[in-house]
Design a protein around this ligand. Structure first.
Ligand code: ZN
Length: 418
């Protein structure tokens, strides 16, 4: 108890000294120091993994409205972006991994094209609030007009099938970042979370073609979800540094989806960036209550052998409804803002502020207690200031590093025909 009270006092003192006194390094300063919120507001703030497009086809979702914010529900909409000072980022076309046969590839391709179109449609419906972004220079220009920045990315290249020409098809539709693989090994690469079936020891021959094509066109290659061997292969093969758009660190939580210090250094030495996610299950071991576990087991029996990714619409809706019922009755265990910061601070300690950023996996499972949606982002700036990072460093973390990488990728691309 004594320890707890002492640490609360210590925190309170730190908070007071930040708010009321000038920083110790500038004892002569006369002007009132800017607050963390003011500093945050002035920055160009981008997140490299917004799964929000998954909400676009839902009847009760409105990007312009302040949707109810519940963990795992709507975390990104215009009012929340405004409150949290989020200028935009990469809006994801995500496709769950399915069977690798021509009919499944075709179905996945159509779903991904539809999702990409929904992003275009959302922006077209609200041209006063959102703008599509294609180059590294677009973000600052768009944000200066008060609009939100909509870059596009692909999470899981599964829907490309075996047709490498589809990389250019998606590039032409505005996609500027591509991740080869998701939870399961696929036609392009080994996944971090499917090591039992490790087929290629990294990229497949088709995966090699995918990276070359991304390099040629000028797309960032996203190694999040890829196995360590795949990340190694990408670093070796790609003419440009690698992006990890939403990843945690193994030193804080030993999960296959997270990256160890050696690989993190390798990514950074190569010029790459590691964007830290806020996905509870990758931040720490979260154990459900026995009641929740029992309900999940019961559900498992009911949906034996059924994957929501490939089920028909009726079954999928029933699955989602059941999941929501369980979540409401026996809430899932949650990670915390403090745990998220442990991951971010560790990455910053290992590779420094030139190689770290944020890709929280909003609307894709991200969000923690204390940072439930994007309106809480000023807390990150506040925490980084408290850690002693300069405004210049924090600006790099919020967007400078990823835009620098994007510029490198553009410059390295083959010249485009007029
Ligand atoms: Zn993901």
């Amino acid at each position: 108890m004594k320890i707890a009270i002492t640490s609360v006092l210590a925190l309170a003192l730190v908070a007071c000294s930040q708010q009321k006194a000038p920083a110790p390094a500038e004892p002569e300063a006369v002007a009132a120091p800017k607050t963390a919120a003011e500093i945050h507001d002035e920055m160009l703030v981008l997140d490299t993994h917004l799964d929000t497009p998954a909400n676009f086809s839902k009847a009760d979702f409105d990007i312009m409205a302040d949707n109810p914010s519940v963990l795992g529900s709507v975390q990104v909409d215009l009012p929340k972006m405004n409150r949290g000072g989020l200028d935009g980022g990469f809006w994801v076309t995500f496709t769950p991994q399915g069977p690798m046969d021509p009919a499944s590839y075709e179905a996945a391709k159509q779903a991904a094209l539809t999702r990409n179109q929904e992003i275009h449609d959302m922006v077209a419906a609200h041209p006063e609030s959102f703008e599509l972004a294609y180059t590294s220079e677009d973000a600052a220009r768009i944000a200066a007009t008060g609009k939100k920045v909509v870059y596009m990315s692909i999470e899981n290249s599964y829907p490309l099938g075996t047709d490498i020409g589809m990389v250019e098809e998606f590039y032409n539709r505005g996609v500027r970042m591509i991740g080869p693989v998701h939870f399961r090994d696929n036609q392009f690469a080994d996944s971090a979370t499917d090591l039992g079936a490790n087929d290629y020891g990294g990229l497949s021959p088709l995966g090699v073609e995918l990276i070359k094509e991304a390099n040629r066109l000028g797309m960032m290659v996203d190694g999040s979800h890829a196995s360590d061997s795949t990340v190694d292969d990408i670093i070796e093969l790609s003419t440009t540094p690698i992006m990890l758009s939403h990843t945690g660190v193994k030193a804080v939580y030993d999960h296959p989806r997270n990256i160890d210090d050696d690989l993190m250094r390798k990514v950074a030495d190569d010029g790459g960036v590691i964007q830290i996610n806020a996905y509870g299950g990758y931040l720490e071991q979260l154990t459900p209550t026995p009641e929740r576990q029992a309900a999940l087991d019961e559900m498992q029996k009911e949906f034996e052998g059924i994957s929501p990714a490939t089920a028909d619409a009726e079954t999928r809706d029933r699955y989602i409804a059941k999941m929501e019922e369980i979540d409401a009755q026996f809430p899932a265990p949650r990670s915390t803002f403090e745990k998220f910061l442990e991951h971010m601070n560790h990455a910053l300690e290992v590779v420094g502020p030139d190689h770290v950023g944020m890709g929280a996996d909003w609307d894709g499972g991200g969000g923690v207690v204390g940072m439930e949606d994007v309106s809480f982002l000023p807390r990150v700036t506040e925490a980084l200031l408290a850690e002693g990072y300069s405004e210049e460093d924090i600006q790099k973390i919020w967007s400078g590093n990823m835009l620098k990488l994007m510029k490198q990728v553009e410059d390295a691309a083959a010249p485009k025909p007029e």
